[in-house]
Design a binder for this molecule. Structure first.
Ligand SMILES: [Fe+2]
Length: 296
């Protein structure tokens, strides 16, 4: 069985076969997967019947695991999954779908907005790996947008305008845009904005991409309405169909994406049914911009 990677998307996203993620992966295969990530941005591994421990072990091939803390409003005694696993299901700690008015549900609805995982952290995430343990019977696709292709398609004037811009990202902004502002003082302090470059360069390929996310609330030095107009315009541009790959989940798909060069969002589904999706995240290693004095 040898590893092979075949493109499935418009000009990014690929399917990986010939590897069993329950086993230790050879360093040659890890290298091939990293090279596939650099090239395609999104890799789909179908039919990988892994446990949480196996998912964590596979993830560690690519760097340090990023913890969930600081990225949600789940209390310490409410976690359904072990440390290191990010729960992006619609289930409470007893495995039941959230009630309609559960604030964790309302908070998680923010995942339906285009975003890059952990762009609200000073050091934003490298990869995310999402394993589908129970899929929605209808809906619940995850869509990915290629931020390199979106950057390349900007005209020269826009490239020059955005080149050195710095944005402020926070969960306060993405959740605020959904009308969810029911946050405690501690939560507000935890979600203090961080600064990120709007144009970033991939450390391996050297390709430039737009670092967009619904977590952006403003652009440093720019009046807020002007900043939001620009970010909306760019987001609309970057999420046109030709830049998007939509993944229709099958049970035990594992999808891995590079947050440094893609955005994603989940689409609506029947929330009365369990949709058990488990994420692990590879932490990034560098900030993209200097932080404001006294910030995170
Ligand atoms: Fe996400």
């Amino acid at each position: 069985m040898s590893l092979s990677i075949r493109p499935i998307g418009p000009h990014f996203a690929a399917k990986v076969s010939g590897v069993d993620l329950r086993m230790n992966i050879s360093s040659a295969d890890v290298g091939a997967i990293e090279a596939g990530m650099d090239r395609y941005g999104v890799l789909v591994f179908p039919d990988q019947r892994i446990s949480d421990d196996e998912q964590l072990a596979f993830t560690k091939n690519f760097g340090e695991i990023e913890a969930a803390q600081g990225g949600n409003i789940t209390k310490d005694n409410e976690y359904r999954l072990q440390h290191g696993m990010i729960d992006v299901s619609n289930l409470d700690q007893n495995g039941q779908p959230y009630d309609r008015n559960d604030r964790r549900r309302m908070f998680n609805l923010g995942n339906r907005l285009w975003h890059s995982d952990s762009s609200y952290r000073a050091v934003p995430a490298k990869y995310s790996l999402l394993s589908a343990r129970t899929v929605a019977s209808r809906g619940g696709n995850t869509e990915f947008a290629d931020m390199r292709a979106a950057y390349d398609a900007l005209d020269e004037e826009m490239k020059a305008l955005v080149e050195d811009l710095i944005c402020e990202h926070s969960l306060l902004y993405s959740r605020g845009s959904m009308g969810f502002a029911d946050l405690s003082e501690d939560e507000r302090a935890m979600f203090k904005p961080v600064r990120q470059r709007l144009v970033r360069t991939h450390p391996v390929t050297g390709r430039k991409s737009l670092f967009l996310s619904s977590h952006i609330g403003t652009v440093v030095g720019c009046p807020i309405p002007e900043a939001r107009d620009l970010i909306r315009d760019l987001t609309e541009h970057a999420t046109q169909r030709q830049f998007v790959y939509a993944h229709a989940w099958k049970e035990y798909d594992l999808v891995m994406w590079d947050n440094r060069q893609t955005m994603h969002r989940v689409r609506r589904f029947d929330e009365s049914q369990p949709r058990d999706m488990r994420r692990t995240t590879v932490a990034g290693t560098d900030m993209t911009a200097e932080q404001a004095i006294g910030a995170a």
